[in-house]
Ligand binder design. Sequence first.
Ligand code: TXA
Ligand code: MG
Length: 314
Amino acid sequence: MTKRGKDILKATELLKAGKNVAIPTETVYGLAANAYNLEAVLQIFSIKNRPKFDPLIVHTHSLDAVSEFVTDFPECSKQLLEAFGPGPLTVVLPKKDTIDDLVTSGLPNVAVRIPNHALTLELLKALPFPLAAPSANPFTYVSPTNAQHVLDQLGDKIAYVLDGGDCEVGIESTIVREFPEYLAVLRLGGISLEDLEKVSTKPVKLLSSGEAGSSPGNFKKHYATQTPMFLDASKSGSDAAKTGYIRFKDYLVGVPENRQELLAQDGSTYTAARNLFNTLRKMDKSGFTQIIAEKLPETGLGKAVNDRLQRASQ
Ligand code: TXA
Ligand code: MG
């Protein structure tokens, strides 16, 4: 059976039959299931080896569709989804009973996203239910940004990968939750803090992992390569010949260029985000004993990329 293609009808039929399908989004590939089919949702946790306390994002195609499964859609959240949706923004909202506790890990809120990818939007419009979907990688490993990444790790466990090419944004969505006094950022991602601040009618507050109200899945260690990675070179080992370097835009002088990967030759933090996970996977397969990564400037998506590098590091 062909496991990969652009066949929306096939993806629709599989999902309606309670199967899991990997779907492209502008951020990373998701491992999708009918959000209303508990067997299909359970399957996601088992394929990813993901703990049940880490809730799933529910994906849909429009603001109207969001209203079908939330009890309240506060003004600031609505404005943000209007401004950035379809796009790399996830908004946490109070859920209706139609969304089972399994999807939200028992939380009274559901994380909602309208992804910006033509194939997946078409798929979502063709389905009579929303899709619960985490990133399509084994739990704690690097997220997939193309169909091959998904097949490399989960190929034998899923029915089909809807192939939408390389992800444009390359890191996961920014997750926000509105409180009476402020807008909390639960996870940095594809929408920069600067852009959020331009649209949010409430002050934006970045929550750190473990802080009250932060995402259950916001682990300190995440997105990790198998090869140990360091942001602080002084903590790394001394095996210079087998060290790989991840650099922002310039090669490190004195180190052969075949041991270095540049995230963004054009110096853009958006380009760096797009290349990040592919670069981590490539480095992980290159036979290095350790990887040393350079931090990005903290503007644009730099802060979100640094967050991923930090979590992937020792
Ligand atoms: O860009 C993305 O968001 C991708 C694509 C596939 O849409 N999805 C993604 O899903 O990154 P996942 O499962 O890898 O990460 C979702 C994060 C987790 O950290 C989880 O704890 C948090 O969202 N989350 C989900 N539901 C939540 C809720 N009700 N309240 C707070 N955090 C929630
Ligand atoms: Mg993930």
